[in-house]
Design a protein around this ligand. Structure first.
Ligand SMILES: [Zn+2]
Ligand SMILES: [Zn+2]
Length: 327
């Protein structure tokens, strides 16, 4: 859909789609009219190595990684100004301050899958970790960032560190065997727990949904999808794993004015309040920083003003609420 039609379908209330279910109130805390969760897919260079959108994915990965590094402190400040918590779905490799080539390739402890192509990536030669510089955070800051993870945990606002696999893999059942998924996730859990972090919330890279039983086995209690733009309610997979549905991505389209962007996100929140739903926003921290300078503060100001009726929480905060209520 081009950006003009996005405006039209938004104006007609077709996007985001509003779910109607019986007994919806049980998903919204008492006294509130909506739930808001904001996710950051935190990955530095890892997401872009096999990208099909650029002729030189290695260079794109560096640029995106360094951009993200530059942006994260601004994003944290913006969140602190309005006490807005974010669920940082973090690539496990970012916990490392260095790594070395073990034998012939990087990370021999991580199992590998075969070559594949999906909507966004094409992996057709070499080793999955070929782009890993196997150096350290000082030499190649686009591939490691324990410093930023520490910053996220040190700020006033209580953010959540979630999981986005160890090396930003395709998690679909079609491309990722359970033992590969398991070795990636186990490494994330090992690195996070060394920092005293318990990983509970998961985001599949590029929304390659799969290996859900592997998530349950490893103690996760939620994941996020993006099948459609939805203002709706969570569902539960296998009685154990909460499924949260994306409402809209934070974007900055050059065809739209700053004012329109602000009004649009506020209008989405208004619709969440009017229909008493869950609203899930997500973004790439490598995005144009002007979003956080010019759009985000006004949206946060609206959220803050309506805090009494909007439950502003993290993915695991919301999963805890659902569990406590016997859902
Ligand atoms: Zn490495
Ligand atoms: Zn990602």
């Amino acid at each position: 859909m081009n950006n003009f039609f996005k405006k039209i379908s938004f104006g007609l209330h077709l996007d985001p789609m509003v779910e109607k279910i019986n007994g919806h109130r049980r998903y919204i805390p008492e006294g509130k009219k909506a739930v808001l969760i904001i996710y950051a897919d935190f990955e530095l260079g890892w997401a872009w190595r096999y990208s099909k959108i650029n002729g030189d994915p290695g260079r794109l990965a560096e640029i995106k990684g360094l951009n993200e590094r530059k942006n994260v402190p601004y994003i944290l400040d913006a969140c602190d100004n309005y006490s807005i918590p974010v669920t940082w779905a973090t690539v496990g490799h970012l916990f490392l301050d260095k790594c070395i080539k073990g034998g012939v390739s990087a990370h021999p402890e991580i199992k590998r899958y075969g070559y594949f192509e999906n909507l966004f990536w094409k992996y057709e030669s070499g080793d999955w970790f070929d782009a890993d510089p196997c150096t350290d955070v000082k030499t190649n800051p686009a591939w490691y960032c324990p410093d930023l993870i520490k910053q996220i945990r040190a700020v006033r606002t209580e953010h959540e560190i979630g999981c986005h696999t160890f090396s930003h893999i395709d998690c679909s059942d079609e491309n990722c065997p359970p033992d590969v998924f398991d070795s990636e996730i186990k490494e994330c859990i090992r690195l996070a727990s060394a920092e005293g972090i318990e990983l509970k919330s998961f985001v599949h890279p590029a929304h390659t949904i799969g290996n859900l039983d592997g998530l349950i086995k490893n103690g996760f209690n939620s994941y996020r999808t993006d099948y459609n733009n939805i203002l709706g309610y969570p569902e539960k997979y296998n009685g154990k794993l909460w499924h949260f549905k994306s409402t809209w991505e934070f974007v900055l389209f050059k065809e739209w004015s700053i004012r329109y962007h602000i009004n649009r996100y506020i209008e989405i929140l208004r619709r969440a309040l009017m229909n008493e739903t869950v609203c899930v926003f997500w973004f790439h921290p490598s995005m144009d920083i002007r979003f956080f300078e010019e759009v985000f503060p006004s949206v946060c100001e609206y959220i803050n003003r309506n805090r009494e009726i909007i439950e502003v929480t993290t993915a695991s905060g919301y999963a805890d609420f659902l569990e406590k209520n016997g859902l």
